[in-house]
Structure formats: structure tokens, C-alpha cells
Design a protein around this ligand. Structure first.
Ligand code: NDP
Length: 448
């Protein structure tokens, strides 16, 4: 059995019932085979892969808080500090009922390579809880966030581990967490990113993941002789990533015709009305049925009645921006049948492994999330720099750095794919480019 297969088998045996983590490890290790085989003796002697797939530290804790009826609630919470070879742990906090240790480990593992690809000095980590902020009052969300940070603050810090937002953790939650951290430690430091602008946040952080996704997609199209302008685009999700992906796509001259949430999706033949979408999602925190009700050109599709079939629409570019495994093989077949040119992942691992393979086989340009959505964490690292300098850069400065980073990421993965004989395979390119830097740092730092 090859070294890669041995390590993958060990991961499955030692981490039972964590399918998303197994899926993420398999995808990465499979595409690294050629690099690993070239260095097998050294990596094996140093147990490099075993160390890479085993988090440096995993924190599991309870979060007790009191709801508005006076009832005590208890949630499970996690922080996985996966790899600090190239910098302090960095990765978001997901608040969603589906959160469990396996999901946080898959996200933390992916984050190692994503952070490495940005070219910035940040290691990989991820955290979260099965707490659902949806339907909770502001006071309940604050009670949860304060209790969560009361435990987590012992293990994080501006130079050790810097959490950020993710699904369910937006500006409101980061604000409550930051306030409690400051109260407990007395430190006004950049321990969390995604902060409000009045207390150390970075301009363009909110927009960064969605904008970055479009900067990378546009560069990928350009390098393949095409232009994003004039293309029809399908987006899933209607959260932070989806909204700003939609905005940048429209600014670059594309037409976005779909968005979704967990209960339904919209097809708007005239193109998504971004102001209306932001009003419904960012201001009212309402469902997409409200968008459909206010917009005659919009068709609403209820997922409970029709299933999640949003990828049946004929588009040139598909940008899944909601959650993991939301675009499966059947969806990929529909997209290909309708002539899709490119798929770029705004969310983390939104495309199932078989769907990714199918799209690549059919010659669809495919940009994996760890590259395509790295704009968020890259801008978080820029927020850390501004906090350390006690300075705030302008929107244009941050946006232009973001654009440069995304274009560089694309060329790094394109070059890595070419160098290892897999031209056009951006999944392999991203994994190889991300891995090589981390492997070199781990080797240089000895057995730790
Ligand atoms: P938000 O919470 O702002 O939005 C998530 C969107 O996805 C919502 O429209 C939500 O619908 C939908 N969604 C969430 N869970 C599910 C589900 N199980 N099934 C179907 N739809 C679902 O999150 P973000 O936009 O921040 O994150 C989206 C994705 O992008 C995630 O995979 C995240 O890890 C990734 N990402 C985010 C970054 C960031 O900077 N925010 C950076 C890099 C990656 P509803 O409101 O109905 O729940």
C-alpha cells in the first residue's frame, strides 16, 4: 500500500464517523500523490503526512447560556488548532445546528492550504458550535457569544489563534465576542477579525470573499481566453459570500440569475436586484419569499416541494456560495448539459468529489474553494496587519491588495499544476502549491 493510502486509512480508523473530514483529506492527499511519491522516504521518516492530518490541538467545550424564558441552554463548541507551521492559527467560527467535530476538522484541514495559498503568514484553524443564531433575540445571541468566549479566550490571542466569522457568525456575533474578550483580558488587540469599522475592523473585509471569488474567476477565464463580462452566472446562498459575489459579478459586467437560501431559490431572468436582496437578507434577515413577492420577474422554487434543483438553470458560470456538498453529480450533469464553462467554489467544499471529477473530465474550468474563497481570510490577515500597525487602510488600498493576492493565487496554482504535469487541474494545483510551503516549514522546524 502506498504511503498516501496508509495515511488515509489511518485517518478513517482514528476518526470514525467524520465523513466530511475523510472527504477533505482524501481529496487533498489524492492530488498530492505525485509530490509525495517524489519525496516519500523523507516524508515517511518524518511522519509528515501523519502530523499534517492530525490537529496540533482540539478543544471541545460546553457553552451554557440562559434564554429569554429563563431556561438554561447548553451547546457543544469546538476550536481545532490544526497547523501553525507558517503562522498563528486562523479560521472562522461556524454557528449552525449541523456543526460537529468532523465538520470543524474538515474546515480546519482545508484552511491550512487555503491560508498557505494566500502567501500570508497564517496557519490553519477552525471553530464553531451547534448553536443556531436564527430566530434568537439579540440578547440570547449575546448571552451565547459571551459564554462561548469566556471559555475560548484562554486559548486564543493576536499572535496565537485569531478566529473570524463564518456561517452564522457575522458582525453582530464578532462584536459580542470581541467585547467579552476585551473585558476578560483587558487587551485591545486584533484577536478576532471581521470586526466593526469603529473598533479595528478592515474596510472591504465584508466584501472580500465574494469579491475575491470574482477576481480569481475572472483571471481564470482570462487565462483561458474568455471574459467574465457578458456571462450569465448562477449563485447559491444569499449570505455574506453570495451577496458580494453577486455585487462584483454585476460590476464586472456579468448577469446573475439565481440566489438561494436553505429553504428555496430564486430564478430572476432580468438579473438579481442586489438592493432588494440586501434589504431582504442584510436588513430584514428574512426569507427569499420576500424577494420574490417584491419582484415580478423572480420565480421562487421551494426546496421542500421540489428538492434542491437550482443547478438546472442554463448558465455560463456557477458559483456555489452556501455550504458543503450542495452541488452533486446530478447537478454537475445538468450544468454540463447546459453548457457551463466554469465552476468556482465560494463556499467550502460545496461540490461533491464525484461532481468535481465529472466537471473536470468534461473540461469545465474548476476553481476549488481553498483558492477561490481565500479572499476572506487574506483580508482578515490584512486586518491583523492594520491592527498591529494601529492604522486603517482605505477601501481602495485593501481592495487592490485583495485583487493582487487573488490573481497571484490563480497563477500559483496554475503554475503548480503545469509543473507537475496536470495542466488545467486547478484542484491539484491548489493542493500542491498550498502543501509545499507548509511541508517545507514543518520540515525546517523539526519534529514538533
Ligand atoms: P452566511 O451565514 O452569511 O450565509 C450562508 C448562506 O448559505 C445562507 O444563504 C444560508 O441560508 C445558506 N445555507 C447555510 N447552510 C445551508 C444548508 N445546510 N443548506 C442550504 N443552504 C445553506 O455564510 P457565509 O456566506 O459567510 O458562508 C458561506 C460559505 O462560504 C460557507 O461554506 C463558508 O464556510 C464559506 N466561506 C465564508 C467566508 C467568509 O468570509 N464569510 C470565507 C471563506 C469561505 P439560510 O440563511 O437559509 O441558512
Amino acid at each position: 500500500m502506498s504511503y498516501v493510502d496508509e495515511v488515509f486509512q489511518m485517518v478513517v480508523e482514528k476518526n470514525p464517523a467524520q465523513p466530511e473530514f475523510h472527504q477533505a483529506v482524501k481529496e487533498v492527499l489524492d492530488s498530492l500523490r505525485v509530490v509525495i511519491e517524489a519525496n516519500e522516504e523523507e516524508y515517511k521518516r518524518d511522519a509528515l503526512l501523519e502530523r499534517l492530518v492530525t490537529p496540533e490541538r482540539q478543544l471541545l467545550f460546553r457553552v451554557p447560556w440562559v434564554d429569554d424564558k429563563g431556561q438554561v441552554q447548553v451547546n457543544n463548541a469546538y476550536r481545532v488548532q490544526f497547523n501553525s507551521a507558517i503562522g498563528p492559527y486562523k479560521g472562522g467560527i461556524r454557528l449552525h445546528p449541523s456543526v460537529n467535530l468532523g465538520i470543524i476538522k474538515f474546515l480546519g484541514f482545508e484552511q491550512i492550504f487555503k491560508n498557505s495559498l494566500t502567501g500570508l503568514p497564517i496557519g490553519g484553524g477552525k471553530g464553531g458550535s451547534d448553536f443556531d443564531p436564527k430566530g434568537k433575540s439579540d440578547r440570547e445571541v449575546m448571552a451565547f457569544c459571551q459564554s462561548f468566549i469566556t471559555e475560548l479566550h484562554k486559548y486564543i490571542g493576536a499572535d496565537t489563534d485569531v478566529p473570524a466569522g463564518d456561517i452564522g457568525t457575522g458582525a453582530r456575533e464578532i462584536g459580542y465576542m470581541y467585547g467579552q474578550y476585551k473585558r476578560l483580558t483587558g487587551l485591545y488587540e486584533g484577536v478576532l477579525t471581521g470586526k466593526g469599522l469603529s473598533y479595528g475592523g478592515s474596510l472591504a473585509r465584508k466584501e472580500a470573499t465574494g469579491y475575491g471569488l470574482l477576481y480569481l474567476t475572472s483571471e481564470m477565464l482570462k487565462c483561458n481566453g474568455m471574459d467574465i463580462a457578458g456571462k450569465t452566472v448562477a449563485i447559491s446562498g444569499s449570505g455574506n459570500v453570495a451577496i458580494y459575489a453577486c455585487q462584483k459579478a454585476q460590476q464586472l459586467g456579468a448577469k446573475v440569475v439565481t440566489v438561494s437560501d436553505s429553504t428555496g431559490w430564486i430564478y430572476d431572468a432580468e438579473g438579481i436586484d442586489l438592493d432588494l436582496l440586501r434589504e431582504v437578507k442584510e436588513v430584514k434577515r428574512a426569507r427569499l419569499t420576500e424577494y420574490a413577492a417584491a419582484r415580478p420577474s423572480a420565480e421562487y422554487h421551494d426546496k421542500a416541494k421540489e428538492g434542491n434543483n437550482q443547478w438546472i438553470v442554463k448558465v455560463d458560470v456557477a458559483l456555489p456560495c452556501a455550504t458543503q456538498n450542495e452541488l452533486n453529480l446530478e447537478d454537475a450533469k445538468n450544468l454540463v448539459a447546459n453548457g457551463v464553462i466554469a465552476v468556482a467554489e465560494g463556499a467550502n467544499m460545496p461540490t461533491t468529489a464525484d461532481a468535481t471529477e465529472y466537471l473536470q473530465e468534461k473540461g469545465v474550468l474548476f476553481a476549488p474553494g481553498k483558492a477561490a474563497n481565500a479572499g476572506g481570510v487574506a483580508t482578515s490577515a490584512l486586518e491583523m496587519s492594520q491592527n498591529s500597525e494601529r492604522l486603517s487602510w482605505t477601501f481602495e488600498e485593501v481592495d487592490s491588495k485583495l485583487q493582487t493576492i487573488m490573481v497571484n493565487i490563480f497563477h500559483n496554482l496554475d503554475d503548480a499544476a503545469k509543473k507537475y504535469g496536470m495542466e488545467g487541474n486547478y484542484v491539484a494545483g491548489a493542493n500542491i502549491a498550498g502543501f509545499l510551503k507548509v511541508a517545507e516549514a514543518m520540515t525546517a522546524q523539526g519534529i514538533v
